[in-house]
Structure formats: structure tokens, C-alpha cells
Design a protein around this ligand. Structure first.
Ligand SMILES: Cc1cc2nc3c(=O)[nH]c(=O)nc-3n(C[C@H](O)[C@H](O)[C@H](O)COP(=O)(O)O)c2cc1C
Length: 183
């Protein structure tokens, strides 16, 4: 199963990119994992006039094509002021003009991570509610709070309760895509 994973942030050192990749590599049945860097989709701010006058930028089609080529998608949302980062929202708005249901019924895992105690839960809840309208088959979600203390680059999730939550999420994914779990 080909997985596409990305952090919904244009930060070059995005913790959400790390978290999305970590989860994607553990998904039952995962084969190739392609990790996107949103900096590869450098876009002007969406306006109706820009779309009418210049059309949809090529980079938007490239982003949608990455989603279309995947069997499953993992997104981790950075939370800025209780919502999507402006950069991701802009990409998302452009992408919705290219293909409204860009997730095409693919199994989709929605995540968030933040240094604070809520782990970006507000933006995550909003995405869980919204993404099915764009075709995402949301099979599970998880917010990772206190990222610096709970996540280690080599060991992964080091908090016991959060590790158990992650195990539950992976089992949910396995059940949704009907892949037998190992170990
Ligand atoms: C403008 C701005 C607003 C932020 N607002 C929130 C917020 O509402 N909730 C939160 O948990 N963290 C907030 N943060 C902290 C981010 O969670 C933190 O920068 C995190 O590293 C972003 O994820 P990323 O590294 O994947 O970009 C904010 C950070 C910035 C720069």
C-alpha cells in the first residue's frame, strides 16, 4: 500500500511532518511512504480573480496528483491560532478548486501535534468534521500534545498512555483496510 504523508505546515522543521511520517511508517500494510514537504507547493494567495485570470497553478495539480497516486493518506495539522496554518489553508483552497473531492474515498488518518497540552486538538476536530466532504474516508485521528516531551525522533512516542492511543489508531486502520496485524 502506497502512503502519502505530510504535515499541514510550511515550517521547514515541522513537527507535524515528523509525526505524520512516524505514524505512516507504522500503518499496517504500509509499503512505500512518500513524505511531502509543502514548501514544494509555493503558491500565491488564492483569490477568485487570480484563478479567473491566471488559472490554477501547476503546483496545485502536482499536489492533487500526489494524493491521487496514494492508497492511503496521513495528514498532521499544525495549529495556528486555533485553526489551519494559513499556508496549508491556501493550498487546500487551491486544491479544492482543482478537485473538490481530492481524497477520493481513500483511507485517511488525521493527526495533529503541538508543544502545548492540547496538541492542536481544535484544528484536528475541525479537519475531522471537514475532510469527509473532500472525499476522505477518515479511519482515525489522534492529537499528540507536549511534543517535545512525548516524542523522541528515534524512539517515537515515549508517553505510555499516548503510545497505547497510537496502537489503537493503528488497529483501527488495520480493521478499516482489512490488513492482518503482525506481532
Ligand atoms: C502564529 C502561531 C500561532 C500558533 N497558535 C497555536 C495554537 O492555536 N495552538 C497550539 O497548540 N499551538 C499554536 N502554535 C504553536 C504551534 O503548535 C507550533 O509552532 C508547532 O511547532 C507548529 O507545528 P509545525 O512545527 O508542524 O509547523 C502557534 C504558533 C504560531 C507561530
Amino acid at each position: 500500500m502506497n502512503i502519502v504523508a505530510f504535515g499541514a505546515s510550511y515550517s521547514r522543521t515541522s513537527i507535524n511532518r515528523q509525526w505524520a511520517e512516524h505514524v505512516a511508517r507504522q500503518l499496517p500494510g504500509a509499503g512505500a511512504v512518500r513524505v511531502l514537504d509543502l514548501n514544494d507547493y509555493d503558491l500565491p494567495v488564492y483569490t477568485v480573480e487570480r484563478e479567473q485570470e491566471q488559472g490554477i497553478p501547476e503546483a496545485v495539480g502536482q499536489f492533487v496528483a500526489e494524493l491521487q497516486a496514494a492508497d492511503a493518506v496521513v495528514v498532521s495539522f499544525a495549529e495556528y491560532n486555533g485553526s489551519y496554518t494559513a499556508g496549508f489553508k491556501n493550498l487546500f483552497d487551491w486544491a479544492s478548486r482543482h478537485t473538490l473531492k481530492m481524497f477520493e474515498a481513500k483511507p485517511t488518518v488525521l493527526l495533529s501535534a503541538a508543544p502545548g497540552p492540547r496538541g492542536g486538538l481544535t484544528v484536528l476536530q475541525s479537519a475531522v468534521e471537514r475532510f469527509p466532504r473532500h472525499g476522505a474516508e477518515v479511519v482515525g485521528s489522534m492529537a499528540l500534545p507536549r511534543f517535545k516531551e512525548t516524542f523522541h525522533p528515534e524512539q517515537g512516542v515515549v508517553d505510555e498512555a499516548l503510545r497505547a492511543e497510537l496502537e489503537g489508531l493503528l488497529a483501527q486502520f488495520a480493521a478499516a483496510v482489512a490488513v492482518p496485524r503482525q506481532g
